[in-house]
Design a protein around this ligand. Structure first.
Ligand SMILES: Cc1ncc(COP(=O)(O)O)c(C=O)c1O
Length: 359
């Protein structure tokens, strides 16, 4: 494993940095340091902790033309004992490498990925916010930097980690979902399960329509029958039907969410029934009308869990959920938030303590 070289100017910059804003928001602030690693000649050459700043790219870098890019999103929490912890980072490391594999990019050994995260976290320790629900959001990403307009996999890459002290989404915030029945997000055999920029670019046209219609989130259906629920553009989907928790089973068109997996684990540990299966949008809408679907929610690292208030269909009909902040979703949210924040006991291996490596 390569040691991360610490640049003294990065240390000086971060030491002095403070944020005096109680409204941290999401992605509004970044810490003034970043990890940067260079891949060339078939291997990772070096890892550095540098001052945060612009990166220079040749206009013919492959990422700018062919979108060879992947990223991750993960959170670090300050516990009441003042230590800081990453939440299930090995799941992000694994998913990063699955994305890398699909996008013809080099993998990073899991321990190298986690150790690079540890370094930026440790040097940003004083910037990990304290209040319940707040965190330091990490954004590791990799781009293809080889210069040339030929369509082929790059041989050179840059791996970067930036970090953003982030606030809490208000626990009761519910979302209005727009059912996208025309465009699709991805198709079987494609890259839907990879966290690559193109998937998000492809969702933006629908995002604009969703917002214009007064909704918050686009719900994507399968690309073959336009019938089965897949996920939102950046979150997974759950519903409660007849007291059972249901969520679409994973396929290569759905992102394998860390929050989704954690919710399933928590629910099962409390003997709640969780079914991972195909769920058609018609099933959900008729279960809402018959009263058997009492709650639905979306989940992801950024928002943890947000209850769904309503679904809007293509004909602009609105289908309201009876309980916008359902009992089961709020219970699961509180449970997960308190595990992440060190307020209740975490299942074995879920929290990764950051050792003090810094000043
Ligand atoms: C498309 C998509 N689905 C689901 C999720 C939720 O995944 P996680 O819980 O790992 O954040 C994300 C966010 O990473 C996403 O981008």
């Amino acid at each position: 494993m390569k040691k991360v070289e610490i640049h003294p100017d990065a240390v000086e910059r971060v030491k002095k940095f403070v944020i005096n804003d109680p409204q941290l928001g999401f992605g509004k602030y970044v810490v003034p340091i970043m990890i940067q690693a260079v891949y060339d000649h078939g291997e990772w050459q070096r890892f550095d902790l540098l001052p945060y700043g612009p990166i220079q790219l040749d206009p013919c870098s492959k990422v700018l033309h062919y979108g060879q890019e992947i990223f991750e999103g993960m959170k670090v929490f300050r516990h009441p004992d003042d230590n800081i912890y990453m939440f299930r980072p090995e799941m992000n490391a694994r998913r990063f490498n699955q994305s890398a594999h699909r996008m013809a990019m080099p993998e990073i050994p899991e321990n190298q990925f986690i150790s690079a995260c540890e370094v930026i976290c440790s040097y940003s320790k004083h910037l990990v916010p304290k209040r319940l629900g707040e965190s330091l959001y990490l954004r590791p990403f990799m781009i293809a930097t080889e210069v040339g307009l030929g369509i082929k996999p790059s041989k050179q890459f840059l791996f970067i980690i930036v970090a953003s002290p982030s606030g809490s989404y208000f626990a009761g915030d519910s979302v209005k979902v727009y059912i996208e029945r025309e465009d699709i997000r991805c198709a079987p055999g494609g890259v839907g399960y990879a966290k690559t920029g193109g998937n998000y670019a492809a969702s933006l046209k629908s995002y604009s329509k969703t917002i214009k219609l007064g909704c918050d989130q686009t719900m994507w259906l399968d690309s073959v029958e336009h019938k089965y629920i897949e996920e939102m553009s950046g979150m997974n989907f759950f519903a409660v039907i007849n007291g059972k928790i249901v969520t679409p089973s994973l396929t290569d068109t759905i992102l394998d969410g860390v929050t989704r997996k954690s919710i399933i684990d928590i629910a099962r540990s409390e003997n709640l029934v969780v079914e991972e299966r195909k769920i058609s949008i018609d099933e959900i809408l008729s279960a809402i009308h018959s009263g058997s679907c009492t709650e639905a929610f979306v989940c992801g690292t950024a928002a943890v869990i947000a209850p769904i208030a309503s679904f809007m269909d293509k004909d602009l009909s609105v289908h309201d959920l009876p309980e916008a902040s359902g009992k089961i979703s709020m219970h699961l949210r509180e449970k997960l938030v308190s595990i992440q924040a060190g307020r209740s006991e975490a299942p074995e291996g879920w929290l990764h303590r950051i050792e003090n490596l810094s000043f």
